[in-house]
Write a protein that binds this ligand. Structure first.
Ligand SMILES: [Zn+2]
Length: 480
């Protein structure tokens, strides 16, 4: 590794990722990040390691944490956070990152903090916390959990996938806050941000390591590429797992549909800002900032509904009407139609209704400007049969069964719209996926049948069956 001489107020860090081996990237100098500073205080566990490589790891994580929270802290809605942005109460005042939580190719957020792992693969020790892409992704989980805590236990592949997408969108938006990266991305894409670039290729080094062990489990050039052509499918119609080249209902896989639409929206927003001129640094900076504003507004307004992606997309378009006078409408509509998250008729209907014309309605509701937003989305408890999984009684889960605010739907493959799957069925399919994938930890007394083998191959168990006194419930442990 190149030795970088540091002034006391600067530290050397990776910009977005160390890169897939053999990487030619070198750390850059950045201002030493402020740790344990409210709002959304962050810290890295332990002291700065004495060796140069350890120090780069430490400061890379610290700088990425600080850069990510600086993106979101000013955007928390003041009516819900009158004292300023704050973590989920379970986290406490400071979100602490453990960069050396054990041996694995993974990272997670568990409402206690962030955990990053290391693994030696083909002669290279890969530390997941050394990638700003991954640090921003995990911090994104924590930010979304602060904004929308109801999503934590939502039994929905689409909502779990949105949580993953939010992490990846966060990595893209946090990357756009680096001037050096903006310059490289303009050079690499010619200003067409929807193209594959260093910005869209998330976690190149971890993706490389995953491919050494499971070649079909990551994209060819990174872990997940936000530049993609994936088209929406109802996740209940998808297999629970698939190679990276195909879509499955597994949350990381399905997240790519929304992330792809978001990157394409961002690319259109960049053109909107640039107008007829050249795409420049300022256009990337402004579009990234405005996209973050729209994203936070949309997620805090969206209810717990089965067809979640389409509702978030509709709320993004509405938020643009409110915050930016609708200047990004065409960019957003085109991107969400292109990825099938909104049918063409749905995308049109939102704008028709959002112009403020008193006679225009979207679905049941008028959304004339100034109409109050319903706040505090929540899931509802439903019972799923426990018998197929060796459980002696029904399992209570949290289903997304609220009424959607917009009458919109994702696209059918041929034409028109998909029929929305009821929230109860979404929840039951999510539970079945988790058990089939070995993701559920079951108490010893209920361990029988195939579910008893869950976790023995090292699969991270994201959920557990617990007894809350009234019966068996499904509880999330982590977002990995
Ligand atoms: Zn994640």
């Amino acid at each position: 590794m190149t030795t970088v001489h540091e002034a006391s107020d600067e530290v050397s860090v990776w910009e977005d990722d160390p890169g897939a081996p053999p990487s030619t990237r070198t750390p850059v100098l950045r201002a030493r990040p402020a740790l344990r500073t409210a709002p959304l205080a962050v810290d890295v566990q332990g002291a700065v390691p004495p060796d140069a490589e350890g120090a780069v790891r430490y400061w890379t994580a610290a700088e990425a944490l600080g850069r990510t929270v600086a993106l979101y802290a000013p955007l928390f809605p003041a009516d819900e956070f009158p004292n300023g942005a704050a973590w989920n109460p379970a986290v406490g005042d400071v979100l602490v990152a453990d960069l050396n939580a054990g041996v694995d190719l993974n990272a997670y957020y568990d409402r206690g903090g962030l955990a990053f792992f290391r693994q030696h693969v083909s002669g290279v020790t890969v530390w997941s916390g050394e990638s700003p892409d991954i640090v921003s992704h995990e911090t994104g989980h924590a930010v979304l959990d602060a904004l929308c805590p109801w999503m934590w236990d939502a039994a929905s592949a689409e909502i779990a996938a949105f949580h993953e997408s939010f992490g990846d969108m966060t990595a893209v938006l946090a990357g756009l806050r680096l001037a050096t990266l903006r310059e490289q991305v303009i050079g690499e894409t010619g200003g067409e941000l929807s193209r594959s670039s260093r910005l869209s290729r998330l976690a190149e080094q971890l993706g490389w390591a995953v491919r050494q062990l499971a070649p079909s489990s990551a994209d060819p050039d990174c872990l997940r590429n936000a530049s993609n052509e994936l088209f929406y499918r109802d996740p209940v119609t998808l297999p629970p797992s698939a190679p990276a080249s195909q879509l499955s209902s597994e949350p990381h896989s399905f997240s790519r549909v929304f992330t792809g639409a978001f990157l394409r929206s961002l690319a259109g927003m960049v053109h909107t800002v640039a107008g007829t001129g050249q795409v420049d640094d300022e256009a990337l900076l402004t579009a990234g900032q405005d996209a973050a504003t729209l994203l936070v507004t949309a997620v805090t307004d969206t209810a717990a509904v089965p067809s979640y992606y389409a509702q978030v997309a509709a709320h993004l378009i509405e938020a643009d009407q409110e915050k930016f006078g609708g200047k990004y409408a065409a960019a957003l509509q085109a991107a969400f139609v292109r990825h099938g998250i909104l049918s063409p008729a749905s995308a049109e209907a939102i704008i028709d209704g959002a112009t403020g014309d008193d006679d225009e309605k979207v679905g049941e509701r008028s959304i004339a400007p100034g109409a109050p937003h319903p706040r505090g989305a929540s899931t509802s408890e439903v019972a799923v049969s426990g018998r197929p999984y060796g459980l002696p009684e029904d399992l209570t889960v949290h289903a997304p069964v609220e009424a959607p605010r917009f009458s919109v739907a994702p696209a059918a493959l041929s034409r028109g719209e998909l029929v929305t799957t009821p929230g109860e069925d979404v929840a039951a399919a999510f539970v079945e996926d988790l058990f089939r994938q070995g993701r559920v930890a079951v108490p010893r007394e209920y361990q029988r049948g195939f579910a008893a083998a869950s976790g023995v191959d090292g699969t991270l168990r994201t959920h557990e069956v617990a007894n809350n006194g009234a019966g068996l419930v499904l509880v999330r442990r982590v977002f990995d």
